[in-house]
Design a protein around this ligand. Structure first.
Ligand code: DX5
Ligand code: ZN
Length: 223
């Protein structure tokens, strides 16, 4: 039995109270959140603007949770390394944005971080399978990146199944992560398809008790 990982997205949290919002989902292993998902948006790669390195640096001092930084930005080849050097646990860049994602992943790992690759819902996985050995996480987007609270796109589960198969047959070691529209209604289908780590924004921070929402999602995601 694989213990699913839960990564609440602070995109749905109160940005004026980030330390408290991180504490609200923290807890002992297997109970609290595994990672805290941080959506960095630049208003160019996606039509929304959120936060950047200074906020991540402050957040690193405010929580012990590993930060899972999801960079929805142009020119990650130039900017991603700063997040790794600051101490982010995992730094994920979009394959649609990076010029040389494999070289970037190597640099992220050399700087002490895990390296993640993210693909948008319409981006096929096949052309990138050979490069996945350079990454620690594969973030499959199940909504168009840019906004929280959107509806889950079930078609992307085919990519999850492919990645799961490659991991289970020993061809890959990458951790399969899903992001967008994950809630009590969608988490089971994602788990069945083979997701290891579930990002959830509104389903966690929109709940009265975010800590309880994390536990509830993990229970439903057991496979
Ligand atoms: C969307 C972000 C997601 C977002 C998910 O571009 O990458 O991490 O916070 O929010 P929900 O869980 O509400 O779909
Ligand atoms: Zn995200």
């Amino acid at each position: 039995k694989i213990a699913p990982m839960i990564a609440p997205s602070i995109l749905a949290a109160d940005f004026a109270r980030l330390a408290d919002e991180a504490a609200a989902v923290a807890g002992p292993a297997g109970e609290g959140a595994d990672w805290l998902h941080v959506d960095v948006m630049d208003g160019h790669f996606v039509p929304n603007l959120t936060l950047g390195l200074p906020v991540v640096q402050s957040l690193l001092k405010a929580t012990d949770l590993p930060l899972d930084c999801h960079l929805m930005i142009e020119d990650p080849d130039r900017w991603a390394i700063g997040y790794a050097e600051a101490g982010a646990y995992n730094v994920t860049v979009h394959v649609e944005a990076a010029r040389d994602p494999v070289a970037l992943a190597k640099n992220l790992r050399a700087a002490g971080a895990k390296a993640g690759l993210s693909i948008k819902p319409g981006t096929p996985l096949e052309p990138h399978i050979e490069t996945l050995k350079h990454y620690d996480t594969l973030l499959v987007m199940s909504v168009e990146p840019g906004f929280g609270g959107q509806e889950f796109i079930p078609d992307v589960l085919e990519k999850v199944r492919t990645a799961r198969r490659l991991v289970d047959t020993g061809h890959l070691t990458v951790l399969v992560e899903i992001d967008g529209g994950i809630n009590a209604d969608t988490v089971e289908a994602a788990a069945e398809a083979g997701v290891d780590c579930f990002v959830a924004g509104s389903a966690v921070y929109g709940a009265d008790d975010p800590g309880r929402a994390v536990r509830a999602l993990r229970e439903r995601a057991r496979r």
